[in-house]
Design a protein around this ligand. Structure first.
Ligand SMILES: NC(=O)C1=CN([C@@H]2O[C@H](COP(=O)(O)OP(=O)(O)OC[C@H]3O[C@@H](n4cnc5c(N)ncnc54)[C@H](O)[C@@H]3O)[C@@H](O)[C@H]2O)C=CC1
Ligand SMILES: O=C(CO)COP(=O)(O)O
Length: 349
């Protein structure tokens, strides 16, 4: 049994806290709103984020960060990407023992273009307390995990030992956890599928059908793999759970906030109206900005991402964007793989 602090009491943090509690761990769940934490502790519900779900009694809610992480050896970070840096900065000031940090958030930071594990490592610079960083990612809507529906995810770290620790921590009869040494590929796949889900939702909102969705998903995966490989990822990772798997679930599920936000945009709502309606994090919007900037900087062709960027931030209409994408010059479909990238392995240990 381990003491685990889950930082972020939204839908995903709460669902993962439930998995950990089901596995017998001592789980502290941190959220910043006292009323929400009171509800978690007294009603055993988190009704805004997981309506209709009763939480296991072992989960103890905290709204003071220092109380949540006291004596814990494992910290699970599940705040939205935009809150990640400030949350880690606060944690660094509080932590006074060795910790393994696992994160389960999906995004890229605009401006720095950093992946979440990079943000965590950067913010812990100068501290001796960070042992390892692990990412947990894959096709896993919180609503279904909280109902114990069979789910598969991947964990990845530079350290094989840390990956296996995370695998053991979460693994159970309804939550099957694989390891993959390709940290870059796992984080890039999880973050960038949200861009493609927004576009799939947009096509639905425009009244387009399944051919278009299949085209966006397939060509979307190609451009995710293209930038992933340019950053050093193993191309095979994009055919796995954190790549294709998560792309499928996010582009086809009614649970996906990114898909639903895209639908509303396609129906003619403005970005501000969409964000007001959602009330939950839509990671793909900031990740589109970050990926657009990064692709430009490292000269990687990402036509779907570019088209969405123009729709979100430059007032291009979705219909015009569709015309631009379909009117691009003729291309070959399959790209050549650099064979040295097929050899990814754990970097530490
Ligand atoms: N919901 C899901 O099924 C899944 C979500 N994820 C990822 O998990 C991360 C968190 O998403 P959800 O839990 O779904 O979001 P959510 O929208 O359900 O909840 C977000 C939580 O973060 C809190 N928050 C917002 N700004 C904050 C700040 N500045 N500091 C601290 N807390 C803040 C909110 O109060 C709320 O408790 C995202 O990166 C998402 O992509 C990954 C897999 C599945
Ligand atoms: O990442 C997810 C499922 O794996 C959740 O996607 P949304 O953030 O679009 O709901």
């Amino acid at each position: 049994m381990k003491k685990v602090a889950v930082i972020g009491a939204g839908s995903w943090g709460t669902a993962l806290a439930m998995v950990l509690a089901d596995n017998g761990h001592d789980v502290r769940l941190w959220g910043r709103r006292k009323e929400q934490i009171d509800e978690i502790n007294h009603q055993k519900t988190n009704s805004k984020y997981l309506p209709g779900i009763t939480l296991p009694s072992q989960i103890k809610g905290h709204y003071i960060l220092a109380d949540a992480v006291k004596d814990t050896e494992i910290i699970l970070l599940v705040v939205p990407t935009k809150a990640m840096r400030e949350t880690v900065q606060e944690l660094k000031l509080i932590i006074s023992r060795d910790v393994t940090v696992i994160h389960a958030s999906k995004g890229i930071e605009p401006g720095t273009h950093k992946r979440i594990s990079e943000i965590i490592e950067e913010e812990f610079t100068g501290s001796n307390f960070l042992k390892h960083v692990v990412v947990l990612s894959g096709p896993s809507h919180a609503e279904e995990v909280s109902k114990h529906q069979p789910t598969t995810v991947t964990v990845s770290s530079k350290s094989e030992q840390a990956s296996e620790l995370a695998q053991d921590l979460f693994f159970n009869q309804y939550f099957r956890v694989y390891t993959n040494p390709d940290l870059i590929g796992v984080e890039i796949g999880g973050a960038l599928k949200n861009i493609i889900a927004l576009v799939c939702g947009l096509t639905e909102g425009l009244g387009l059908g399944d051919n278009t969705k299949a085209a966006i998903m397939t060509r979307g995966l190609t451009e995710i793999a293209r930038i992933g490989m340019a950053l050093g990822a193993n191309p095979m990772t994009f055919a796995g759970l954190s790549g294709l798997g998560d792309l499928i679930v996010t582009c086809t599920s009614i649970h996906s906030r990114n898909y639903r936000a895209g639908q509303l945009l396609g129906q003619g709502k403005t970005l501000e109206e969409v964000l007001d309606t959602m009330g939950m994090v839509v990671e793909g919007i900031r990740t589109t900005k970050a990926t657009y900037e990064l692709a430009k900087q490292i000269n990687v062709e990402m036509p779907i991402t570019n088209a969405l960027y123009k729709v979100l931030f430059e007032q291009l209409s979705p219909k015009e964007a569709t015309g631009e994408l379909m009117g691009r010059v003729k291309k070959h479909e399959v790209e050549r793989l650099p064979t040295d990238l097929l050899q990814a392995d754990f970097k530490e240990d």
